[in-house]
Design a protein around this ligand. Sequence first.
Ligand code: S3P
Length: 426
Amino acid sequence: MIQQFEKIKSVKGVLNLPGDKSISHRAVMFASLAKGESVIRNCSNSDDVKSTMNIFSQLGIRIDVGGEKIKIIGKGFNGLKISESELFAGNSGTTARLLSGILSAQKFNSVITGDESLSLRPMLRIVEPLRLMGADINASELGTLPLIIYPNRNLHAIEYKMKVASAQVKSAIILAAIHLDEETIIYESTRTRDHSERMLGIKTEVQNNITRIVVSKKNYPQPFEITIPADISTASFFIVLTLLSKDSELLIKNVSLNPTRTGIINLLSSMGGAIEIENEIMMNGEICGDIKVKSSQLKNIDIPAEIIPNIIDEVPILSVAGLFADGSFKINHAKELRIKESDRIKSLCYNYKILGLDVVEEDDGFELHGNIKNETDIVFESFGDHRIAMAFAVLSMLIKNGGAVNQFESVAVSNPDFLEQIKQLC
Ligand code: S3P
């Protein structure tokens, strides 16, 4: 579906967004593992989290979605049951990778599959540490889905130094390790999002910039009630649209402000963005608060290498902010972008070239120079990637004659309500 966007005049209003996608996946998984009833409020309504819910239903868990809350009756340790059919993770890397850790500890066979995009994404990054733990898990010859996981006979604790800065890999190890009496120790030299650790009460210590994460059966989940704060990654599209629009002011309520996720707020503020945080509170072990944004003139700054894992999902929309900021936008050390829902370096460069910009594509990033030269009949390509679709929807709303985005329906992967939210604010 090609979606057309007109140039907007301004952004005004108050936005309540569905819950953070990363926290929602984990809430559904941990509630399914715990023994007894858990309640989740403000769960993400994304297709990705629906994939996680469908899979746990297939594994024998009762999940009641009703009105404001989701009730999950978890079956406890060894309570999951074999699925008659393959477990389809759709577009969701978090579902496939975290699930593989859980299934490595079960007494039955499983097969994890995914859509065309997920089937191209690397899985050896989880297969390698899980095999070191004694898991019997195979990827395809290309190191991709389907993942075939055989019954656990020999799972054991390990000490593991993370090779890639990936919360999905870290969480896969954690979710196998919660099934073991002995302690698994993970060392992380670049911090990645720590929702799993917070939700499972896992002990972490930082020494000489290395985070040491100690996990065992003591961290196996118990039933819980949780209200999930709004998704900062979804919020960032509205933050950038507001910053770059004239006479605009937006308040986004109760957003997750976990320090492993707020790099985008810090960067946009350093670029000159008028962003204020109000009503900060702690909710279920996660910091959250309201974000108030006003129109601002931005300037490009250096993006430090160590912030990349913190902003990895926000790079598409950050580059839109960079395009309208003084100076040139440049990002490096971001090779992980090539293996997201699309090759995001390629997707971004392709679309910026449509505008007639000078684009320098590098192996681990890209640079944008010059001014927008083409502004008529613009059709951007989302490559079926939700964050590319939303980034270029925002850009379309900022250029003289508007623009269109192809395969716009992919936004449902993280935010099915994007269009209604835009209508409400613009
Ligand atoms: C996620 C971790 C990140 C992120 C993804 C969600 C998670 O992936 O890009 O959207 O929920 O753990 P990596 O950890 O593989 O970088």
